[in-house]
Write a protein that binds this ligand. Structure first.
Ligand code: NAP
Length: 366
């Protein structure tokens, strides 16, 4: 890691967990990072020692990483999903979530301080990700780390919870007393969705695998249906105000649309914007995706009287703040099943992809 003197940033120098305030200003110019030089299997990931750390823009924060979780998006991008967007930008750094300490800040950052413990997540399209000793996030992508959890636990939360937040709060605007169906409640986004909805006073039904049943019930779901053993179409009764479909296949979509009350919201996390862009190129794929989405929105509005959405994670500082509060009060928790040191990122991706571990995987930084 290289550190230079600078007048442009407020900063401190980090040695393990201890921050030494210094009389002159410094910032990091290079550090270790996991780089994706080309698309492929886990073996293409390279932990490089001297990857450049760009200068901070005024609204940006340099975070000394302590933990970064592995999201399905990381393994999908590594395999080539989103190649129309990421391909021309290779090599890129993977990773969305982070928990760590503020190492330096751009001049217009006001809400954080150097040395403060923070957690947060980058937007899905970011190309300098968090699998790096030092990551750069904007101030609105960060919040103080919940004091009740470790860095490892904190790093499992933001990307999944903000995805759920965007769907449930920003899109469906769920309210107390409503009925909600979460398809895939055993995953990180599903678990976050259950807990956010329960905290809002909603009644949650969810589908999950056998191993997840205790976990989703503990998270507050009132009914858990094992999709591997039961026919969800016949087992789940009644109508819902909103459905969050984390699986988003044609079958779950068909079933869920029929579960909705008139005026209800169907939200899938599997929008086709990236896959159509990969197939046709961004210039054609994005308009084709927009047209496909509009067609479905109109179709379902007329046939079922419902709102149909593709929802995507988005940075939301108010949402992250509320997520922090829920975590701090024990109302939102994403269990971490296994950690790997950053030096074993290939093994971590293998474990995630082969579904060897039931639950969240987190990379730790020394
Ligand atoms: N649009 C976006 O911005 C966005 C953001 C985040 C994630 N995503 C996508 O959303 C999905 C979930 O993400 P995640 O982070 O929650 O993943 P995750 O933590 O890896 O969880 C995936 C879970 O899906 C469950 N599952 C698989 N097939 C199922 C089925 N037919 N019915 C019900 N549950 C099923 C499994 O639960 P069991 O163990 O209970 O079987 C598995 O644990 C991924 O495809 C991811 O790429 C999209």
């Amino acid at each position: 890691m290289r550190i230079l003197k600078s007048r442009s940033f407020r900063a401190s120098v980090s040695g393990s967990n201890h921050h030494l305030k210094v009389g002159f200003r410094r910032f990091v110019t290079s550090c270790r990072a996991v780089v994706l030089p080309r698309f492929g299997g886990p073996e293409v990931l390279e932990l490089r020692p001297n990857v450049e750390v760009p200068a901070l823009k005024p609204h940006e924060v340099l975070v000394r990483a302590r933990a970064a979780s592995v999201n399905p998006l990381d393994t999908r991008i590594r395999s080539g999903y989103g190649r129309s967007l990421y391909g021309p930008l290779l090599p890129i750094i993977l990773g969305r979530d982070i928990s760590g300490e503020v190492a330096a800040m751009g001049d217009s950052v006001r809400g954080l301080s150097v040395g403060q413990e923070v957690f947060g997540a980058l937007h899905p399209t970011a190309v300098r990700g968090t699998y790096s000793d030092y990551a750069i996030l904007s101030e609105e992508e960060l919040a103080p780390k919940p004091s009740s959890v470790t860095h490892v636990e904190a790093s499992a939360i933001p990307f999944a919870a903000l995805t759920a937040w965007r769907a449930l709060i920003s899109t469906a605007r769920i309210a107390e007393g409503q009925r909600l169906l979460v398809v895939g409640g055993g995953g990180a986004v599903g678990l976050a969705a259950i807990q956010i909805s329960v905290a809002r006073g909603c009644h949650v039904t969810t589908t999950c695998g056998k191993k997840s049943i205790d976990r989703v019930l503990a998270a507050g779901a009132e009914q858990a249906v094992d999709y591997t053993a039961e026919n969800i179409e016949f087992t789940i009764k009644g109508k819902f105000d909103a459905v969050l479909d984390t699986i988003g296949g044609p079958e779950t979509e068909r079933i869920c649309i029929n579960f909705l009350k008139r005026g209800g919201h169907y939200m899938t996390l599997q929008g086709d914007a990236a896959s159509l862009s990969d197939r046709y190129g961004i210039a054609i794929g994005l308009p084709v995706a927009t047209a496909a989405l509009l067609k479905k929105q109109i179709k379902y509005r007329y046939s079922h009287g419902i709102e149909y959405w593709w929802t995507y994670m988005r940075a939301d500082s108010e949402g992250l703040d509320e997520i922090r509060r829920l975590s701090e009060t024990g109302k939102l928790n994403i269990p971490v099943e296994k950690t790997f040191p950053i030096t074993q990122v290939i093994e971590a991706h293998e474990a995630k992809e082969k579904k060897q571990i039931h639950g969240k995987i987190v990379l730790e930084f020394d």
